[in-house]
Each structure stands twice: as C-alpha cells, then as structure tokens.
Write a new protein. Structure first.
Length: 314
C-alpha cells in the first residue's frame, strides 16, 4: 500500500495535504460530505469551494512507488455535488522532484486520471501516462459520470503493459498500452519519395513506406517513480468532492475496498436523493397551487369590481 486517504480524522488532513502557493489565487478546499450522503463522518472528502478558480493541492504517499516491475492501481471517489458545467475532477501522481508547496500545472507527473467535463458534449475520462519521460494521451474516448452521486474510478496498469479503466467497479476499457497510448511500433518513412502527376491537374502522393519507430521501446520501464498525489484542476462551478484515494499494487484489494465502501454509500445517496427530490416536488406543487389560488382570487376580485362598476352606471 502506497497511499490510503479516507479523510476520517477531522482537520488532521491539513497536516498531510499541502496547499500550493505557486499562485496566490488558487481556490481553497474544505471537508464536506455533500448534499447526499450515507454517513456524516465517513463520507467527507476534499471539496472545491470557490467558483471560477484553479486548484492545486497535494500530499506525499505513505511510501514511494517504484515503477520498475510493479502493477499500479489508482482508485478514488468523485462526487459532483454541484452541476458541473466545465471543470476537471482528475488527480495526478507526482514525481519525486515536485515541491508540493509550488505544485502547478507544469509540475511533472507520472499519471493523470479522472473525469473532465466541459459543456454537454465533453464528459470524459482523462488518462495520460508518462513513460520514459514522454507523456502520452489515451486515444479512445471513455465517458464519465456527471450526476450528483459518488462514483469510484479505478486505473490499473500492469507490468505486461496492459491497462484497465473501471468506473463503479465495472470495466469500461482495457487493452495494451502500446495500442492505446504509445506511438506505433512502425512509422512512416519520411525518406520515401512522393510523385507528382500534373498531366491532368492532379497531385498524387504515393503512400509512405512503414519502417521501425526508433522512439518505441517495449522493453523500457513503463511507469516513472511516483511519490505524491495531487489535485490540479480548473472549475467554473465549485463543489466536487474527492474521497477514498488509494494507490496500491493489489487490484483485488482495490476492488474489495470499493465494494465495501462505495457500494453502500451510493445506495443510500440514491435513496436520499429520491426522497429529497420527492419533497422538493411536493414543495413545488404546493407553490404552484398557492399561486393558482392567488391568481384565481385576484381574477374573481377584478371581475366583481367590474360588475359592481357596471351596475352603478345603470
């Protein structure tokens, strides 16, 4: 186990987490369980609190992760207590050379993973991996959750260069790093000659020959060494809660941990949300009823006055 952060000890989290002072305008975090929760204490996590702000906060692992021949499992809960219209909800695993008090968007990291939302059409899981000093983006699109309930995101990167993304303990994408991130084992040969055929006013290009990619090294260390976890995001509307952060090399433990914590939590959140929604609907219906009654009384009063005025003229 490299990291297990549950925020179960009140304000003690402030001794572990370092608010970056790289930018004096970074948004502040506070502990909160949000609008819907199962346990008032156990469900508290780090919540963004200020709209239209960048955020940067981090803490060291309990012990460093050495990326050589180790499976990596990164898992955490995200809950959008607000209706997030644009903002990130991902975390970064940082390298040893990052000074936590100056952590910022340019700080080196080994993994960036989690939800990213901007507008109705961009609701996806970001995944970037730093391999041998180069950061690679996930090529495929994985939709993220955008409701106001807790969801658990899990990334597993194995020593055989396979990876797996799970949302709520269900696999949503798996495959090889080489096929989904790293450059192809073959690339176009830039020395291949192109031919022009201008006889009919057309420009035809011969497809370049594929050669071995010199930047590809399947035998190299896949993951860099990492020593800390950080949240570095921008949010238009604050309110996202991060909780139950886990970094381990045991995928089965991570699965069991999620089942034992997140599963019960989200069930009770759903009940609370349904109950609250029903209450809000009753309140809304009562407001509409009173509005209609007031409107009817006003209409009747005007009609009575009009009839009285007409009668007096006679």
């Amino acid at each position: 186990m490299y990291l297990k952060e549950e925020f179960m000890d009140g304000d003690e989290w402030k001794k572990r987490w370092v608010q970056s002072v790289y930018n004096e305008d970074y948004g502040k975090f506070a502990l909160s369980h949000g609008r819907y929760f199962a346990d008032e204490q156990a469900d508290k996590g780090l919540q963004t609190t200020e709209n239209m702000h960048f955020y940067a906060i981090s803490r060291n692992f309990d012990r460093p992760f050495n990326g050589l021949n180790k499976t990596l499992v990164l898992q955490f809960i995200v809950k959008h207590d607000q209706t997030l219209n644009c903002g990130g909800s991902y975390v970064k695993l940082l390298t040893a050379d990052v000074q936590l008090d100056s952590f910022n968007k340019e700080s080196p990291y080994g993994i960036m993973f989690g939800p990213d939302i901007c507008g109705p059409d961009r609701k996806l899981v970001q995944l970037l991996i730093n391999s041998s000093g180069t950061v690679y983006h996930l090529k495929k699109t994985v939709p993220c959750k955008a409701d106001q309930l807790s969801h658990v995101y899990t990334l597993t990167v194995r020593t055989n260069h396979n990876f797996e993304i799970q949302i709520d303990n269900e696999v949503v994408l798996s495959g090889s790093i080489e096929e989904n991130f790293l450059p192809s084992t073959n690339i176009d040969d830039s020395t291949t000659q192109q031919t022009d055929d201008r006889h009919n006013g057309e420009h035809n290009r011969r497809k370049p020959t594929e050669v071995s990619n010199p930047s590809f090294n399947a035998e190299s260390q896949l993951l860099v060494n990492m020593t800390a976890i950080g949240i570095e995001v921008w949010q238009v509307k604050a309110g996202t809660i991060f909780d139950n952060m886990l970094v381990t090399d045991d995928p089965e433990y991570a699965r069991e941990y999620a089942e034992g914590t997140w599963r019960k939590r989200v069930r009770l959140e759903q009940i609370m949300k349904s109950t609250q929604t029903a209450k809000e609907q009753l309140i809304l219906e009562e407001m509409v009823r009173r509005r209609d009654e007031a409107s009817s009384e006003m209409l009747n009063s005007r009609q009575a006055k009009s009839e009285a005025a007409a009668h007096s003229e006679l």
